[in-house]
Design a protein around this ligand. Sequence first.
Ligand SMILES: [Mg+2]
Length: 367
Amino acid sequence: MLITGLRAYAVQLPLTEGSYSWNTQSFAAFESTVVVIETDEGIEGYGEICPLGPSYAPAFADGARTAMRTMAPDLIGMDPTKTDVMAFHLDAILKGHPYAKSAIDAACWDLAGKAAGVPVSTLLGGAFRDSVRLFRVITRQDPQAMVDNMIEYREQGFTHFQAKVGERLDTDLERLDALVESMDGTEVICADANTGWRQHEAIQVAAAMNHMPITMEQPCLTYDECLPVRRNLLRPMILDEVMDSTTAIRRGAADGAMDYINLKISRFGGLSGARRARDLCVDLGIVMTIEDTWGGEIATAAIAHLAASTPDGFHHQSSAFHSYHTVSIADGAPEVQTDGTMTVPTGPGLGVEPNWGALGEPIWEVR
Ligand SMILES: [Mg+2]
């Protein structure tokens, strides 16, 4: 199988709840990009990249679109089913920008699965389960509104929640107090500051949280600030934004800096790099939230395949991003079930088919 062309689509993903807010940031929609790899066998592969707005990570939608357009001519004539060969080639022709490579990498895995007639989870080592545990984000709002949301999501079957905090210390503590007060004794809550606290603030939160049955996620901007917080925290620590390489994971494991990481696929250049990071975490005994920086049905399918192929005990939870939107960009996506899990697509490749009407006309094509 050889690549004969690539094309990309830009799509807006408006939020069903009107906004999505973390630390001091808030957005009403996210800009996603779908890439299609065309082949000489007439089979197409699909991938998606959706940075969480331009100010969450060193990534933004127009950057992904431009970087993919820049790389595309160098991919014509290559065999997309050789996923590692493709991933290392992407790193050879463009330094950095792992998020932009992520969608191309996913499309290659989609094609490799279609060529083999198996789901991507099988290529990743095989599915340990046919559905994966989800968490539901409780967007940052007033304390009572966050409690109301948790109750609503509980009624939908969710048992894992990620409460967005990191705005200001006093209000954040009120938010956490209110949520803990409303827990039913079986639920899992993570307080995700998304880098929003200064070190001294996070240490005060740690002192308060030591009496709460919840976990802390990414309290401060840098790894060096998070480490002293960890040493004052008796609850589990998840690191997310600073876990951007296998070097960071190894350092964190050596320092005892975290119990879990939040493994975001696009931060590692796609499924190829995320699989290596996943396997390293398994070897190091680190449990993972497996997700991405956002996305629609295609990105969520990739999450489901990586999560399902992660050994029992090492997968903590994942995100069903497509369930947060008013727009559907593909059919065949993981189905959110009433037990707080989502299904794993069983068709060849990622198991999804774009909804071309929602994608509109391509923003660029290379052949
Ligand atoms: Mg996080």
